[in-house]
Design a protein around this ligand. Structure first.
Ligand code: 4NP
Length: 152
């Protein structure tokens, strides 16, 4: 398998996409897969910040340390750097597609939960206000497994 380049995208890049990055990196490492994985936010609200403490805690409980991640904003150049751009919800999708320069850019954008039959078309809910980090972990874990299955 050649190196696939995967970018996880949410709004703040401090909750959902850092968790998705950590989960997929962890799975790739266990499976010995050569993947390049990063994450970004459509906003610059938390630029340079660590993931939300609740996201780090949820990941830590599941054996994954994401404390070295720092938030950054998504930009058009990410379309050149990545093959798969995974968005967490339809608002992220709208914001990312607004920056796309052509059809090739657009074709790289996927709703994260479109990988896996059980959750197709659904959004990864924003846990920032409702503390739903456990549910987010479970959804991302499922979708990352489904994505890796599709890559093979
Ligand atoms: P994320 O969650 O998009 O999953 O990182 C959020 C983080 C911060 C805010 C909203 C959502 N905020 O309003 O600052």
């Amino acid at each position: 398998m050649s190196t696939h380049r995967v970018l996880m995208v949410c709004l703040g890049n401090i909750c959902r996409s850092p968790m998705a990055e950590g989960i997929l990196k962890h799975k790739a490492q266990i499976l010995g897969l050569d993947l390049f994985i990063d994450s970004a936010g459509t906003s610059n609200w938390h630029q340079g910040e660590k993931p939300d403490g609740r996201a780090m805690e949820e990941m830590w409980v599941n054996g994954i340390d994401i404390s070295d991640q720092r938030s950054r904003q998504f930009s058009a150049s990410d379309f050149d750097e990545f093959d798969y751009i995974m968005v967490m919800d339809s608002s992220n999708q709208t914001n990312v597609l607004a920056v796309a320069r052509n059809e090739n850019d657009k074709s790289k954008v996927h709703l994260m939960l479109d990988f896996g039959n059980e959750v197709k078309g659904k959004a990864v809910p924003d846990p920032y206000y409702d503390d739903g980090f456990g549910r987010v972990y479970d959804l991302l874990d499922y979708a990352c497994d489904a994505f890796l299955k599709e890559l093979k």
